[in-house]
Design a protein around this ligand. Structure first.
Ligand SMILES: [Zn+2]
Ligand SMILES: [Zn+2]
Length: 280
């Protein structure tokens, strides 16, 4: 399995000369199976560049949306493959109490916010309300579970050949708990991340910034480190960078995190374009 980051920014695209290394595009991650099958995690603005690399070799494509905040769906209308006739595309994402995924996504993919209606897209599109629990997509085992973030929000764990990537881009597991990290049974997202080969996790705020953003649905970098350590992951990739953090700020934050004594995992800065090979 190969995992590639196409968008690492949180909340809002942050394009400019000051963000070229970590990237300005919002959340999108490509997961490639050994047989070439493809899962795309989130449809932030990074999905446009991913689309430009994909050719006619695909017969099926699955997009897993964590939730429907704009930074996770804004690129969908600009994803070339949704306009490819006869391509089988499956979009999976959370329903709400009152609406299924199709009705929720159509609020963005319709005028006046977007000129093309979702039902008029040329690809053979199927929308799925994500079930909690595990299901198969081709050779991938997917586990989906609700995590702590405003509105219905899923985290995902994808496993192939014994290697797992856990994807928790928008996640505030420290919210409302007296001590963090605490009991694994009561920690949001713990089972999804437990023992993962690679954890891609929200690291939006410096510890001092978090104090003013409690309840906004995101983690401080120390929270991300503590969560990864408790879950026993092999590698942590920082993700969902705050749009106000330019490359030099992110370098400083990363250096500070690396200085944390005895990290029991490999810490990797989430940079647009980075790619990770898991297993053969
Ligand atoms: Zn987000
Ligand atoms: Zn969000």
């Amino acid at each position: 399995m190969r995992v590639t980051l196409w968008g690492t920014r949180g909340s809002l695209p942050a394009a400019g000369p000051e963000t070229v290394r970590y990237g300005g595009n919002t959340a999108c991650v490509e997961v490639r199976g050994a047989d070439g099958s493809l899962i795309v995690l989130d449809g932030g603005t990074g999905i446009r560049r991913l689309g430009a690399t994909l050719g006619a070799e695909l017969s099926r494509l699955d997009i897993l949306l964590t939730h429907l905040h704009m930074d996770h769906i804004q690129g969908l209308g600009f994803f070339r493959l949704l306009y490819q006739p006869d391509l089988e595309v499956h979009i999976w994402g959370p329903s709400s109490i009152t609406f299924g995924l199709g009705a929720r996504l159509a609020r963005y993919l319709s005028p006046p916010l977007f000129p093309v209606r979702i039902r008029d897209l040329p690809s053979r599109l199927t929308l799925h309300d994500v079930p909690r629990g595990s299901f198969m997509i081709g050779g991938f085992k997917v586990i989906a579970d609700l995590v702590c973030h405003p509105g219905p929000t899923f985290g995902y764990r994808i496993t192939e050949d014994g290697m797992s990537v856990a994807y928790l881009p928008d996640h505030e597991p420290a919210l409302g708990v007296r001590q963090f990290p605490g009991d694994p049974d009561w920690t949001s997202g713990f089972d999804l991340a437990s023992g993962a080969s690679l954890l891609i996790h929200d690291a939006q705020y410096h510890a001092t910034e978090y104090a003013d953003h409690v309840g906004w649905g995101h983690s401080s970098i120390p929270h991300a480190l503590d969560f990864a350590a408790a879950a026993g992951v092999e590698r942590l990739v920082t993700f969902h960078h705050d749009p106000a953090h330019d490359d030099s700020v992110l370098d400083q934050l990363f250096d500070e995190a690396m200085g944390t004594s005895d990290l029991p995992f490999e810490l990797v800065p989430g940079m647009e374009g980075a790619s990770f090979q898991l297993g053969g």
